[in-house]
Design a protein around this ligand. Structure first.
Ligand code: NAD
Length: 513
């Protein structure tokens, strides 16, 4: 991997062979077991991180609580200035951080750079937002009264993130939370701990330089047990958790049980509907990038193509032909389209799905398989596969986090395709390919897609930071990033002020003494 400048990138990011995994700002400490981070790219050890013990965790929470008391009084535009500086640092370190994302997670270097660009974009968004945390004013029904609402910071925000977006998801949450006046405790995925350490190194420098309190940005490391310290902790009013639906159900119940707030960003089972009026060239690009990009490990990856029977054979052939051109290999090599899966468990999940779809009656149209030999030593490289299937199959209803695409057929009206598209438990991203205005508007209407994201003539995968991101049903209902997603990081207060010498009651109630 040294050919690709990994050593240099790690140095620039302050990552060594051994890294402490618990930090409050610039103050690093450790105590727990070690996690070894192996690259799925070449199977080599990148570095080790210590996990957070219960004692470490208490230290973190105390520092975060102290930091919050100070940070909440800093005017929001000044908090935005810190985020602006953070964005500047990310611009300087875009290449090494993009490289680490690619090497530790396995996505292509281009996508690694794209992920850091998302961090930069959300910084810019947050800076602007720091002057726009608007509330409303209302007209009071009582004379001589003024009524308005304002937003106050919430406190400590706990961020639990998944391996597949090891840096951007944190930034989506933390930059908004910071400008809102909150402090953050982040537990990255135990599969990508070094990305967490690298990010904390970057922000710690910015905090130190500005002499703002430690504990605005805290890092804890470990698996679900460290996650549980956070979800059960009453001192954390909001938990933002990104990952599987299985995890989200547990986290949602735990946080709900103590009446905390949770923002859940969970699994998807995303489909593209291809109608007789679709532009086939655009469909193929959108579907293939959606299905094989990040080796099918995006929450918005395209898992189902729902194709009208009148054009089915033509679309199938075009997609199969495109798959024949895919290069699978080291994601740091820009000639490759598809990198590895995150680990061997993910490979097992992929292999199981291929067996199950055939057992349920499906037919493979592009055969899958695990690659071995030169360049594939990590054992994590698989061939993107395509199967013809039915929407009702159990395996098609399930999110397999790998490059497996199911071709489904529909007949008659677009309503039938929408029924198939909505007929799964998840509700994250959806798309329709059509030049027919009626079909497109039906897809976007109240009786159309039930997903948090519904696109026309672009694929399911990838999103801009300006919109609110998230999905319905088993995807968890949370929204983060753009639009008014910031409101979840704040508490709303309604204020009524009486500037008269009378005390009239609301609803005209009389109470004379
Ligand atoms: P995962 O659920 O295995 O782990 C996600 C995080 O949750 C990790 O940090 C893990 O340690 C933690 N965790 C697991 N169990 C926990 C518990 N009981 N209490 C507290 N924390 C716990 O998911 P993964 O394999 O890392 O990521 C893949 C999944 O994430 C896919 O389902 C994908 O669709 C989803 N995802 C969703 C979005 C979105 O925005 N909707 C974005 C990225 C990934």
């Amino acid at each position: 991997a040294s050919d690709f400048g990994i050593e240099k990138a790690l140095n620039q990011l302050g990552i060594s062979e051994f890294n402490k995994g618990t930090s409050t700002g610039s103050d690093w400490f450790s105590g727990g077991d070690e996690i070894s981070s192996y690259s799925p790219v070449d199977g080599l050890l990148i570095g080790k991180v210590t996990t957070t013990t219960k004692e470490n965790y208490e230290q973190v929470l105390e520092k975060a609580q102290v930091a919050f008391k100070e940070w909440r009084t800093v005017p929001a535009p000044q908090r935005g200035e810190i985020v602006r500086q953070f964005g500047e640092e990310l611009r300087k370190l875009k290449e090494p951080l993009g490289k680490l994302v690619s090497y530790e997670m396995g996505k292509s270097y281009q996508e690694g750079l794209g992920e850091v660009q998302e961090m930069i974009d959300i910084c810019d968004f947050a800076v602007g937002l720091s002057r726009q945390l608007h509330g409303l004013t209302m007209h009071s029904e009582r004379p001589g009264h003024r009524m308005y609402e304002q937003y106050h910071p919430l406190g400590i925000v706990g961020i639990i993130s998944a391996f597949n977006f090891p840096v951007a998801v944190w930034a989506w949450n933390t930059t908004l939370a910071w400008i809102c006046g909150d402090v953050c405790v982040w537990k990255p995925s135990e599969k990508t701990p070094l990305c967490g350490v690298a990010c904390q190194n970057i922000i710690a420098k910015v905090l130190e330089k500005n002499n703002v309190p430690e504990g605005i940005s805290c890092l804890v490391n470990g698996d679900y047990k460290v996650g549980e310290m956070m979800t059960t902790d009453k001192r954390i009013p909001l938990i933002s958790a990104t990952g599987s639906t299985r995890m989200g159900k547990i986290v949602g119940a735990t946080v709900g049980g103590r009446l905390g707030k949770s923002l859940l960003e969970l699994g998807g089972n995303n489909a593209i509907i291809v109608t007789p009026d679709a532009d086939i060239k655009m469909t193929v690009i959108g579907a293939v990038f959606g299905a094989v990009g990040t080796a099918g490990q995006r929450c918005t990856s395209t898992r189902r193509l729902i194709i009208h029977d009148s054009i089915y054979e033509g679309v199938k052939k075009a997609v199969v032909d495109a798959y024949a051109q895919l290069n699978i290999g080291n994601p740091l090599d820009e000639n490759n389209h598809v990198g590895p899966l995150i680990d061997k468990d993910a490979v097992k999940g992929y292999e199981d799905a291929l067996v199950k779809v055939v057992e349920e009656g499906g037919t493979m149209v592009v055969e899958g398989g695990v690659l071995s030999g030169d360049g594939y030593e990590s054992g994590c490289y698989v061939k993107p596969a395509i199967a013809e299937a039915e929407g009702s199959y159990k395996i098609v209803q399930h999110e397999t986090f790998a490059p497996v695409l199911y071709l489904l057929k529909y007949t008659g009206d677009v309503e039938n395709a929408i029924d198939i598209q909505n007929g799964v438990a998840q509700g994250l991203s959806s798309a329709i390919m059509t030049n027919n205005l009626r079909e497109a508007e039906r897809f976007l209407s109240v009786a159309g897609s039930d997903c948090g994201i519904a696109n026309v003539n672009i694929g399911t995968s990838g999103a801009e930071i300006g919109g609110a991101f998230g999905g319905e049903k088993d995807t968890g209902g949370g929204r983060e990033s753009g639009s008014d997603a910031w409101k979840i990081y704040m508490r709303r207060q309604t204020n009524t002020i009486n500037y008269t010498t009378e005390l009239p009651l609301a609803q005209g109630i009389k109470f004379d003494l």
